[in-house]
Design a protein. Structure first.
Length: 262
């Protein structure tokens, strides 16, 4: 699964797939499962509009084209409201942070029930260590070639990004890395091939991918890869290892970015 892994060297221009029509969709999450479980496929597209205090609706679409037209095939009602834009879909589950908790939960898309929930020890939540735009983005989940990750911070880490690898079935932490990148100092982050990348700004039209932290070596380095915030309000960005693209939510707009790895 790590075939063709490399370092991120280029991010292309955003391609718009859909637009949220109501204020609830100013920021949100949209994604496809890189390792889907039947009856879902790699084309099944998922979306959550995350403005509001009781965010429970997960929209399911047959394909991204359906998302553009705004007709979900199904709406899942989550048993608990989710917090912010950190959720991901992986191996038939929605992984999310339940509202006002330092936990991560797995909602099974086929069984339509919670199958696991675990606290992330010491993780800041509900506005303690968000990304620079705020939005209670304290706990952010990510998926790459190596599996499921959680990005957060703790009092012990003094607001620096902490990255933990999670078991996708049990949500047990398998291993943890403490970086020297301030979480509030970056706009968002994602993981590719075991390396964490951060985005410099959520609102500057000409932002950059500004840091990389490599879990294999435990070292970080500064980068300056151009990254365009076309609509000036980037609230979510995640990597999809099956499509080798970034999925992002930029002020009501659901976009993808092509990328190149070295």
């Amino acid at each position: 699964s790590r075939a063709g892994c490399g370092e991120l060297v280029w991010v292309g221009e955003p391609v718009v797939f859909g637009r949220a029509e109501s204020i609830a969709g100013k920021y949100g999450v949209w994604m496809k499962d890189p390792e889907p479980v039947p009856p879902f496929t790699r084309e099944t597209t998922w979306r959550v509009d995350t403005v509001g205090t009781e965010v429970r609706q997960l929209f399911q679409y047959e394909a991204a084209e359906q998302l553009a037209r705004g007709y979900p095939a199904k709406v899942h009602i989550l048993p608990q409201p989710l917090e912010s834009t950190g959720a991901v879909i992986y191996r038939g589950g929605l992984f999310f942070q339940p509202r006002r908790s330092r936990a991560v939960a797995r909602y099974d898309l086929r069984g339509e029930a919670l199958t696991a929930e675990k606290e992330i020890p010491g993780a800041g939540y509900h506005g303690q260590y968000p990304y620079s735009w705020g939005g209670y983005t304290d706990i952010d989940l990510a998926v790459d070639e190596k599996g499921l990750w959680v990005i957060y911070s703790t009092e012990k880490a003094r607001g620096a990004i902490v990255l933990s690898k999670l078991n996708p079935e049990t949500l047990e932490i398998q291993r943890t890395w403490e970086t020297n990148i301030r979480k509030r100092g970056v706009a968002n982050s994602f993981v590719i091939c075991g390396t964490l990348y951060t985005v410099s700004s959520y609102s500057a039209p000409n932002a950059t991918i500004n840091f990389a932290y490599d879990t294999a070596t435990g070292t970080s380095r500064a980068l300056s890869i151009p990254f365009e915030n076309r609509f000036r309000y980037l609230s979510m960005v995640d990597y999809n290892p099956a499509e080798r693209q970034l999925f992002a939510w930029d002020s009501f707009n659901m976009v993808t970015y092509p990328i190149r790895l070295s």
